[in-house]
Design a protein around this ligand. Sequence first.
Ligand code: SF4
Length: 410
Amino acid sequence: MHLKRPELLAPAGTLEKLKTAIHYGADAVYIGGDAYGLRSRAGNFSFEEMAEGVAFAHHHKAKVYLAANMVTHQHNELGASDFFRTIRDIGIDAVIISDPALMQICAMEAPGLEMHLSTQQSAVNYETLNFWQEAGLTRCVLGREVSMAEIKEIRANTSVEIEAFIHGAMCISYSGRCTLSNHMANRDANRGGCCQSCRWQYGLFELPELDHKKAVGAGEPGIKEPFSMSAVDLGMIHHIPDIIDAQIDSLKIEGRMKSIHYVSTVVNVYRKAIDSYLEDPEAYSFKKEWEDELWKVAQRELATGFFYNEPSENEQLFGKRRRRPHYTFIGEVLDYNPETQIATVQQRNNFKVGEKIEFYGPGLNNHEETLECMWDDKGEQIEVAPHAMQIVTMKVKQQVAPHDMLRKAL
Ligand code: SF4
């Protein structure tokens, strides 16, 4: 079977994350603008930042998609014509969209701007995908609730591009159908304001009398942890052959709010695994180091979501996490001189001389060194780098490169 190379699609909440994701191997990124997106707190892009991001991405042969997938109430669509025309002219490769009113405006007012159906539309069968293709959309992001068997059936019965989530947070509710946050905090999950109410900690009460004295929760006999409805994260790193064989066009990583440490690490690992399978499917084998690498960044435990079966209670975190990441991100390499072996580093978290530091860059060429000496920006020797964004220089014996990252064990 001819293996189609899928697109690896990464989240980019900021310009810095966009550049990081592409540098670490993403074929495309998705961003949010100041309007119509679903992440009102995700550090959305101004038009100037979009233009810079698009120029950077296209220079590296990567694409930029823009999420405009909120539910539009009466009058929210005002200004959408200008918005879509502007992002088309900036060079955005496609808009991720869910509201038919916005689709119609986009198609009429910004011809040439491709439209991708957002996961908010919960497209989980090929008839639905064919409907949206006839409506002019070129790609559909599947609902996370679709199984691998269903994806294969969908693939066999539609020619529209298919995008599927392969890593990141899951909703406990049907994606795009949750109003928990609206009720608990008056923040609309479907208009960019989800406050993740499902992950809060709750007490349980005996019914029917709702006697608060009978509340059980943290500290009560028998139940040591408060109750929550937090789904564990999706992680398909163990199943790369399956997702490539299913001919999914685009493999999506969730998380526009996540850090550059997270984006660089997760993209790096999936890039390596995908390339490794495409290079030689017969010889491919899963490497434990890939999973270990994922566990160096902050995330919940990982499961396969709906791909192979309906998630059970094992795919939920009812109390404390059973496993925690054990590294912290401490800096980024800005420059390196191989002759002097001096690296210029921007600090992101406290570190000091004598500590063991792990350096990593694209391609997972990680190495560890003990920090022997460093200097501040005035050339004074220092023992500690305590200030956020502080520029320091340090001796690094093994070659590193700009955009390589530094982390240390907790
Ligand atoms: S409250 Fe939880 S289930 Fe609902 S949209 Fe937010 S993250 Fe998803």
